[in-house]
Design a protein around this ligand. Structure first.
Ligand code: ADP
Ligand code: ASP
Ligand code: MG
Length: 317
């Protein structure tokens, strides 16, 4: 008999954005938050973005290569260096070699794609998606290994296996039913506590998926929030948490307006409107999957975890 993960109690999806996972010291804060939640819940799916700035670097890398500009090599080296540094600080000596080897395989894969762009002297949208996806591929694997280094079992899931999309590269449309089925099957098969398994913590990259022919796609810039919402809806999670670098949804962008105020409660409708009007704190596509399953979304600050954050819901208590 197939048990669905949904039959298990307490599923929570926690998404951490770029600044939250910028480097080893922030990643350790993220792991503290996850482990604290883990001590209170059975099942958590972590969704992570790329380390801050890495997606922009990857775009620059692809563009330089397409202009046959050898400066791309400098960017590639810097991207590798940042992940290696994080691995050296986060992973215990015993496992470091294995993790670095795995990461090196990823670099070679990325280098191969970039060399092809260099020779072709042009950049297709599908090649750009393939390149951009390495930010989340590298961050999710690295952070998963860092969690294991803290003695907690954590299973890595390749998002491209479970988020299926059309081939609108750069802003792919997700095949919802198909992806939900794949997500439910994938997480259930891995066996949480209700199934007698040990792994009740999963990690995957946001932002990326794959088309029917297997080619990598992306869900549009900032799309990791959307991934978290899709996972939450697929698993009928109790809540979806978007952990970022500000206290929650504010009346204005707090980086531009010093007197912006925190909005503790907001409806799905109003949050969606703010997102569509450019409030970058939450990707506009995030709201719909959550509304349809009536799952509350909390926006919280990785650097102030005790803060109440913003609760996005249907407005009913
Ligand atoms: P992450 O990398 O965690 O996904 P983002 O940079 O995508 O973070 O989104 C968080 C940023 O959104 C904040 O640092 C803030 O500058 C910006 N922002 C824009 N409008 C708002 C708003 N109304 N409330 C809160 N943050 C906002
Ligand atoms: N890393 C991707 C980006 O920079 C996705 C995300 O951050 O949500 O757009
Ligand atoms: Mg974002």
């Amino acid at each position: 008999m197939t048990h669905s993960i949904k039959t298990q109690s307490h599923i929570k999806v926690m998404k951490f954005g770029g600044t939250s996972v910028a480097h080893a010291s922030n990643i350790n804060k993220v792991i503290d938050i996850v482990l604290d939640a883990k001590s209170k819940r059975d099942n958590i799916v972590i969704v992570v973005s790329a380390l801050s700035g890495i997606t922009d670097d990857l775009v620059m890398l692809a563009n330089l290569a397409s202009k046959a500009d050898l400066k791309y090599k400098i960017i590639l080296k810097a991207i590798c260096g940042r992940h290696e540094q994080a691995i050296k600080e986060l992973i215990n000596k015993k496992n470091q070699e294995k993790v670095l080897q795995e990461i090196n395989k990823k670099y070679s894969e990325l280098e191969e794609i970039v060399k092809n762009i260099f020779s072709a002297k042009k950049l297709s949208l599908s090649a750009l998606d393939a390149v951009m996806s390495f930010g989340e591929q590298l961050s999710s694997y690295t952070i998963g290994e860092a969690i294991k280094s803290r003695g907690v079992p954590c299973e890595f899931v390749d998002s491209r296996r479970i988020i299926k999309t059309d081939d609108s590269f750069g802003s792919a449309n997700v095949y919802i039913e198909k992806s939900y089925k794949l997500m439910d099957d994938c997480f259930s098969a891995r066996g949480g506590s209700a199934l007698g398994g040990k792994v009740t913590l999963y990690i995957m990259g946001g932002f990326i998926g794959s088309a029917e022919d297997g080619r990598t796609t992306t869900l549009s810039r900032g799309g990791s929030d959307y991934t978290a919402s899709l996972v939450g809806a697929a698993l009928d999670a109790e809540m979806i948490e978007i952990w970022t670098d500000v206290d929650g949804i504010m009346t204005e962008d707090p980086k531009k307006m010093k007197d912006a105020l925190l909005i503790p409660e907001i409806t799905y409708e109003k949050a969606e409107e703010m997102a569509y009007n450019g409030a970058k704190v939450i990707h506009p596509k995030t709201i719909k999957p959550a509304v349809l399953k009536n799952i509350p979304i909390y926006v919280k600050n990785t650097f102030n975890p005790a803060g109440g954050g913003t609760r996005i819901s249907n407005g009913k208590k």
